[in-house]
Design a protein around this ligand. Structure first.
Ligand code: SIN
Length: 518
C-alpha cells in the first residue's frame, strides 16, 4: 500500500491532523491506521475536557500560561506553553465548526474546574468529552474523500534506511503494520509518516488507559533511533475506581473534585489538609502521593472519594458516565463513598519534536500523547493534553502540506523497499507465554517504578525487566510475529526507557519522586 501520508493512531491528534490536512491538500492521499476500531483510543476515555481560555473577564492567557508552568514545576518550555495557550481558542472553535458540541450555560460555554487551574476553563461535553470529540472527528474525517481507514492493524516497525540496508537512519518511509484478523504484515509506504499512537499506561498494572495504550509509537521510534525523552515523568491520576470494570481501571474525573467531592481515608477522615493547602485540588502528583501515604499508613488497598454532598441533578447532568459506571458495580454515589486509588494515566514525555511536530527523523512527525513538545515539563496540567494534541496536529498538518508541495521520493523508490522479513515458525506455548510476560512486566513496573521510586527499586526493576526482555527476544526470533508479540516488544522498550531515564534523573520534580532524594 502507498499514500502521501500515513497516520498511525486515531485519537484526537491523528484525526484532527488528517481532517486539517485533508482540507488543506484535497489531493493528498491519507491512510489512517487504528489498532482496534476507529473510536478506541485514549481520547475516548478523556472525561474532563479541553483546558482553554474562553472567559476573558475571569481568566487570561497569562493565567493559563502560569498555571501550566507551575504544574510543570518550571520545566516546561515557556515559548511552547505560550503558543499552545494562545492558539487554543481557535482550535476549539474549529472543533465546534466540525460538529463538536460542548456544554453551555446560556450562550457561553460551561466551564469546569480541575486541579492546578486558577480559574474555571475546562470546555467539556458532560463527563464524556473525549467520546463526543471522537464521534465528531470520525464523522468529519469520513466525509473527506481522500482519507482511507484501516482498522484493527498495529504498528510493527517504522521503515527507515535500516531496512534499505543503509547505515544511517536518515529518513522514514512509512511502516510495517500487522492485521489483527489474519496476522498478515503489510508494508505501507508514505512520503510522510505521523505517529499519533497515544499513551502507554498498559506498562502498569493499574491504569486509566485502555488495553490498546501500549506505547507502540514510542517503542517503534526508539528502535528507529528517534529521540524519546522524559519517559520518567509518568503522571498517576489520583482517582481511578477500585475495583476494575472489565479489567480496566475506570477513571473518576478530577472534575468531580472540582465540583466539590472530597477524599477520605478508610476511617472517613478528610486527609488532604495534612498534605497541601490546596486540599483536594492540589496538583495530581501531590494528591497521588498523599493517597499512597494514607494507603500505606492504614495498610489498605484504596481510599474513598465522597461525592454524596453533590446535588443529584449535577451528578445526572454533568457526570452521567461516572454515576452509571459506579452504579453498575453497586456503588450509588449519592449515598456511598467511591473506593479509589491512583493509576498510571499520562506520559508527560515522548518522541522529541520541534514546534511543528517534526521528530529528528526526517519524514516522521509525532503528535498527541506519544510526543514530547515541551508543554508539560515535569507534570501535565489537567486537560492540557487534548489542547496540545489539537494545536500540534494543526501545526503538523500545515507543515506537512508544505512538505508535500515537493513529493521528493518516486514510486519506483517505494516499490524497491523490501516486504517484511520474519520467521514463519510457531511454537505451541507462545500465547500463554506472551500473556504471562506482559503480566510480569506490569507487576515489575507497578512495584518498582510507581509513584514512589528508589535507587534500589530501579535497580531491581532493571534486572527483572532484563529477564522479560530476553524471553521476549527469544519469542520474537523464533516465532511468526503476532499483534500480541509486537505489543509485548513495545511494552518492553517503553518500560526499559522509563527505568533508564528514571535512573539518570537526578532530583525530585513534578511527578518524578525518588525517596532516596527526599
Ligand atoms: C480527568 O477528567 O480527571 C482527566 C483529565 C485529564 O487527565 O486531563
Amino acid at each position: 500500500m502507498h499514500a502521501d501520508v500515513l497516520v498511525i493512531g486515531t485519537g484526537i491528534a491523528g484525526l484532527s491532523y488528517a481532517v486539517r490536512l485533508g482540507q488543506l491538500e484535497p489531493k493528498a492521499t491519507i491512510i489512517m491506521i487504528s489498532k482496534r476500531d476507529l473510536l478506541e483510543s485514549n481520547t475516548k476515555y478523556a472525561q474532563g475536557g479541553i483546558a482553554v481560555v474562553s472567559n476573558f473577564i475571569n481568566d487570561s492567557y497569562e493565567n493559563h500560561v502560569n498555571d501550566t508552568m507551575l504544574a510543570g514545576e518550571n520545566s516546561s518550555d515557556r515559548e511552547v506553553v505560550d503558543f499552545v495557550v494562545r492558539e487554543g481558542p481557535a482550535r476549539v472553535q474549529e472543533l465546534i465548526d466540525w460538529g463538536a458540541q460542548f456544554d453551555r450555560k446560556g450562550v457561553d460555554l460551561h466551564l469546569g474546574k480541575e486541579g492546578g487551574h486558577s480559574a474555571k476553563r475546562i470546555v467539556h461535553h458532560k463527563d464524556q468529552s473525549g467520546l463526543h470529540i471522537q464521534h465528531s472527528l470520525i464523522a468529519k474525517a469520513r466525509s473527506l474523500a481522500n482519507i482511507v481507514f484501516l482498522e484493527n492493524h498495529s504498528l510493527v516497525d517504522l521503515i527507515t534506511d535500516h531496512h534499505l540496508e543503509k547505515d544511517k537512519q536518515k529518513r522514514c518511509y512509512g511502516a510495517y503494520v500487522i492485521s489483527k484478523k489474519d496476522e498478515e504484515i503489510i508494508k505501507i509506504t508514505a512520503q510522510i509518516t505521523v505517529l499519533s499512537t497515544g499513551g502507554a499506561g498498559q506498562v502498569y498494572a493499574h491504569t486509566t488507559n485502555p488495553q490498546a495504550a501500549t506505547g507502540d509509537g514510542l517503542g517503534a521510534a526508539y528502535r528507529a533511533r528517534v529521540h524519546v525523552e522524559n519517559l520518567h515523568f509518568v503522571q498517576f491520576h489520583p482517582t481511578a475506581l477500585f475495583p476494575k470494570i472489565n479489567n480496566n481501571t475506570f477513571l473518576i474525573s478530577e472534575a468531580l473534585r472540582g465540583a466539590g467531592a472530597i477524599l477520605r481515608n478508610n476511617k472517613g477522615i478528610a486527609f488532604m489538609s495534612l498534605y497541601d493547602k490546596r486540599l483536594d485540588l492540589a496538583p495530581r502528583d501531590i494528591v497521588s502521593r498523599a493517597i499512597h501515604a494514607e494507603m500505606l499508613k492504614n495498610n489498605v488497598a484504596h481510599v474513598y472519594l465522597d461525592a454524596t454532598m453533590l446535588p443529584l441533578e449535577i451528578l445526572h447532568q454533568e457526570f452521567p458516565t461516572i454515576y452509571e459506571s459506579c452504579l453498575s458495580v453497586g456503588i450509588d454515589v449519592t449515598k456511598d463513598f467511591i473506593p479509589v486509588l491512583p493509576a498510571a494515566h499520562y506520559i508527560c514525555g515522548g518522541i522529541d519534536v520541534d514546534h511543528q511536530g517534526q521528530s529528528n527523523l526526517s519524514g516522521l512527525y509525532a503528535i498527541g500523547e506519544c510526543s514530547h513538545t515541551g508543554l508539560h515539563g515535569a507534570n501535565r496540567l489537567a486537560s492540557n493534553s487534548l489542547l496540545e494534541a489539537l494545536v500540534f496536529a494543526a501545526r503538523a498538518a500545515k507543515s506537512s502540506a508544505k512538505q508535500l508541495e515537493n513529493r521528493s521520493l518516486s514510486a519506483s523508490f517505494f516499490n524497491a523497499i523490501p516486504e517484511w522479513r520474519g520467521t514463519e515458525a510457531i511454537s505451541n506455548e507462545r500465547t500463554t507465554h506472551i500473556s504471562s510476560l506482559r503480566f510480569k512486566l506490569q507487576s515489575i513496573m507497578s512495584q518498582h517504578v510507581g509513584i514512589i521510586k528508589s535507587v534500589s527499586s530501579l535497580q531491581l526493576a532493571e534486572k527483572e525487566l532484563h529477564e522479560v526482555f530476553i524471553a521476549t527476544k527469544a519469542l520474537y526470533q523464533q516465532n511468526k510475529l503476532t499483534p500480541q508479540l509486537t505489543t509485548l516488544r513495545n511494552l518492553v522498550s517503553v518500560a526499559y526507557l522509563m527505568i533508564k531515564q528514571s535512573q539518570k534523573y537526578p532530583e525530585n520534580r513534578g511527578v518524578y519522586y525518588n525517596k532516596d532524594y527526599a
